[in-house]
Design a protein around this ligand. Structure first.
Ligand code: ZN
Length: 108
């Protein structure tokens, strides 16, 4: 399994740099304000700050950067669902779900 990093074509320097920047921003007043507001960027629900994580809207591994416009508070369940997808891919996934997923809805 020594060759899987080649397929991903990640730039390790980019990832290290952007992760370091994200760590800095996590300590910033701006980020604390985001947490204080407590709104998940994806589902729009409100959470206590400890339930929210810092999410890259475009993941670092996909070329995203640690800038305010690309960072958003994200609840744990949205974070799990999103993983490495880009916003366009999430939209596509949602479209597929709404087309096929009517049976999930129960009135219990
Ligand atoms: Zn959410």
């Amino acid at each position: 399994m020594s060759d899987d990093w080649i397929n991903f074509r990640k730039d390790p320097q980019h990832i290290a740099r952007e992760k370091a920047k994200a760590r800095q921003l996590r300590k910033s007043r701006w980020w604390k304000e985001q947490l204080a507001r407590g709104v998940c960027h994806y589902c729009g629900k409100t959470f206590p700050p400890e339930e929210l994580t810092m999410d890259h809207v475009v993941p670092i591994a996909r070329g995203g950067k640690s800038v305010k416009g690309n960072l958003a508070p994200c609840c744990k369940s949205c974070n799990n669902e999103k993983k490495y997808l880009t916003p366009a891919e999430i939209l596509l996934k949602k479209l597929k779900q709404t087309q096929g997923g009517q049976e999930d809805e129960t009135d219990s």
